[in-house]
Structure formats: structure tokens, C-alpha cells
Write a protein that binds this ligand. Structure first.
Ligand SMILES: NC(=O)c1ccc[n+]([C@@H]2O[C@H](COP(=O)([O-])OP(=O)(O)OC[C@H]3O[C@@H](n4cnc5c(N)ncnc54)[C@H](OP(=O)(O)O)[C@@H]3O)[C@@H](O)[C@H]2O)c1
Length: 333
């Protein structure tokens, strides 16, 4: 019977490489079998979908899939150069000319308002609003010209305002859907009951991902409160975790962590795989009546109790209304 022989550095290196290769192969297989599947081949002709952050990563793949299904896709992006390139690529591949690029900087309340006004002037109805744009900053916290913490402004306050400004367009749809791309990293955050942490502009340095995790926590609270407020309308609101995906979201990982991280990224899912749950929530007929849920791998998934606290969700909503400077003439939800 043969046995391991640790007799030379070469054999040790060979064993280590084999062990890593076996581990990575098993991990890749696990990712494959847990990947969500979209069974619906629904044609989306006649439907108008807004995808924020559609110039790269998960958003671009979401736009690509919906374009192939015939939807009118509004790519809401801050970088018009990469957005135009992405649009041209999607049009060429899908043969769908009904793909439009519009400018929005989700971290700026004025830009969100300008974008919403443009939509109100050019569109008759919005069927699906996909809040996909997101940032994960490194250690430094920034403050926007609106006095909001930058990561929270982009990931949470911008979408909160945009949802209000477009809600009446969504209500015009036969079945409006609002989809929020959150993250399972919400688990490492909390919104304190006194809301002392919902606009942390004083702390200049933060632990990596602290603000990101908080923004994802707030997104889930927002989705659930929104779903409750939309009861009795034809509009639903759901959120999701897309998986761990190899995209630009990891670009701000600080040195030297980024050196270790690069090879690990090889194991992550592709942006197309990351778009599946978003596309599923956009097209699947079986989710038509589902609202206020968190999805992962195209399935409803349980979330922890802390994020589901109804009282804190209500308080967060009211405080957010003030922070995004909602006006009397703006739609109420
Ligand atoms: N990748 C993952 O493993 C993972 C896991 C969980 C959740 N998510 C979530 O998935 C969503 C998509 O991210 P991704 O992974 O596809 O990363 P990505 O490739 O970096 O895409 C993020 C998109 O958001 C856009 N964006 C960022 N700030 C913006 C702003 N102020 N205004 C307008 N657009 C802005 C980016 O535009 P620019 O090109 O101009 O930067 C980009 O198009 C994010 O909400 C992220 O939090 C990702």
C-alpha cells in the first residue's frame, strides 16, 4: 500500500498544489450546483426597464439579458463613455435598438432628480426599476455635497429618492417591480434603534466594508418597508444577494489585502451568473405576487431578525425622507 512521502520539498509543493486544486475544484462545483436557474423564457417586448449601473458588471449583464428579451432598457449610468460602449455591444448582440443610455450619479440628489425628470418627460410607464448601482469604498469615508456619507448616498439614499420620484410611473404598469441588489454582507451591520449611524459623516476612517455592509442592511430595510407601503397597489418590491461575483466592486480593497485577494477572485462567479437572480425577479411570472422578500440563487431566502425590525424600518424611512430632502410636491409612498 502506498503512503505519502514527505521526503523532499518538491513532493511537499506537489501535495500542496494538488490539495489547493482539489479544494478549488470542489468549491467551483459547489458554486455550479447552487447557481440559480431562470426557467422563464418570457419575452419582454413592450416593457420598459431601468437598470442603474448598467455599464459594467452585474448591471451590464442584466441589461444584456433583458435586451435579448426585447425590453426597452434604460441604462442609468454615471460614466457615459463606458455606458455608450456597453450599449453598442448590447445592441449589436441583441439586435434590439431600444436600448437607451441616460446619465445619473446616484450619489447626488440633484443628479437623481434630473434623471427622474428626464424619465418623466420621455417615458409613459416604467415596468421595472432595478437598483443595481453600488460602490464599496476602502477605508476613507467621504461626504457628498448634500451632506450625506458617500457610500450610503450611492447605495441607499439615491435609490430611496429615485423610487419616490418614479413611483407613479411604476404604478402605471400592469405589474410594476422594484428590485434592489443588496448583499449578504448586510449580516455584518445593524441600524441602531436611535438611528445614530445612518449618516456617519464624522468618522473619517472606517473598517473596510463597514459602510458598505450598513448600506446593504439599509437597502433590505427599505425594501421591506416599501413593500408594506405598496400593499394594495400593483407594484412589488424585492431585494437579492447576487452571489460573490468577479466584478469591479472589489476594486477598492486596500493594499496589501488586494494582493491576496486577486487569486481568490478567480473562484468567484461571473457577472452573467451574478445577474441571474435580478433577471429572475424581473421576468418570472411566479414572483408576480411576492413582495418584501430577499432572494438568493433565484429563491426566497430567510434573513435575520435584526434587519426585519418593523419599528426601526419605519423610523429609518422617515429619517431618510428628511435626509434626501423630499419636497411637499414629491410623490408620497
Ligand atoms: N460583485 C459581488 O460579489 C457583489 C456581491 C453582493 C452584491 N453586489 C452588488 O451588486 C451591484 C452591482 O455591482 P457589481 O458587482 O456589478 O460591481 P461593478 O462592476 O463595480 O458595478 C457597479 C456599477 O454601479 C455603478 N455606480 C457606482 N457608483 C455610481 C453612482 N454614483 N452613480 C451611478 N452609478 C454608479 C458603477 O459605475 P462606474 O462604472 O461609473 O463605476 C457600475 O456600473 C452593487 O449594488 C453591489 O453592491 C455585488
Amino acid at each position: 500500500m502506498s503512503s505519502f512521502v514527505w521526503d523532499s520539498p518538491i513532493s511537499i509543493v506537489a501535495y500542496v498544489i494538488t490539495a489547493i486544486a482539489v479544494f478549488l475544484s470542489i468549491f467551483k462545483y459547489y458554486l455550479y450546483i447552487t447557481l440559480g436557474k431562470i426557467t422563464s423564457s418570457r419575452n419582454m417586448e413592450g416593457k420598459t426597464v431601468i437598470v442603474t449601473g448598467a455599464n459594467s458588471g452585474i448591471g451590464k449583464e442584466t441589461a444584456r439579458d433583458l435586451a435579448k428579451r426585447g425590453a426597452r432598457v434604460i441604462m442609468a449610468c454615471r460614466n457615459m463613455e463606458t455606458a455608450a460602449k456597453a450599449r453598442d455591444e448590447i445592441v449589436a448582440e441583441s439586435n434590439n435598438q431600444n436600448i437607451i443610455v441616460r446619465h445619473v450619479d446616484m450619489s447626488s440628489l440633484a443628479s437623481v432628480r434630473a434623471f427622474a425628470n428626464e424619465i418623466l418627460c420621455t417615458e409613459a410607464v416604467i415596468d421595472v426599476l432595478i437598483h443595481n448601482a453600488g460602490v464599496a469604498e476602502g477605508l476613507i469615508s467621504k461626504v457628498t455635497s448634500d451632506g450625506l456619507e458617500f457610500t450610503l448616498a450611492t447605495n441607499y439614499y439615491g435609490p430611496f429618492l429615485l423610487t419616490h420620484l418614479l413611483i407613479n410611473m411604476l404604478k402605471k404598469s400592469d405589474q410594476g417591480r422594484i428590485i434592489v441588489v443588496s448583499s449578504k454582507l448586510y449580516r455584518y451591520a445593524n441600524v441602531k434603534r436611535d438611528l445614530s449611524n445612518i449618516n456617519p459623516t464624522n468618522s473619517q476612517f472606517n473598517a473596510p466594508t463597514k459602510l458598505y455592509n450598513l448600506s446593504k442592511f439599509m437597502e433590505i430595510m427599505f425594501t421591506q418597508e416599501l413593500a408594506r407601503r405598496l400593499q394594495g397597489t400593483r407594484v412589488t418590491a424585492n431585494c437579492l444577494h447576487p452571489g460573490v461575483i468577479d466584478t469591479g466592486i472589489w476594486r477598492n480593497i486596500p493594499f496589501p489585502l488586494n494582493l491576496v485577494f486577486k487569486p481568490i477572485q478567480w473562484c468567484f462567479r461571473t457577472p452573467e451568473e451574478g445577474s441571474r437572480t435580478t433577471v429572475y425577479l424581473t421576468v418570472a411570472p411566479e414572483v408576480q405576487q411576492i413582495s418584501g422578500k430577499y432572494f438568493r440563487g433565484c429563491k426566497v431566502t430567510e434573513i435575520n431578525q435584526r434587519v426585519q425590525n418593523i419599528e426601526t424600518q419605519g423610523k429609518l424611512w422617515e429619517a431618510s425622507r428628511t435626509l434626501v430632502k423630499l419636497r411637499e410636491e414629491d410623490p408620497m409612498i
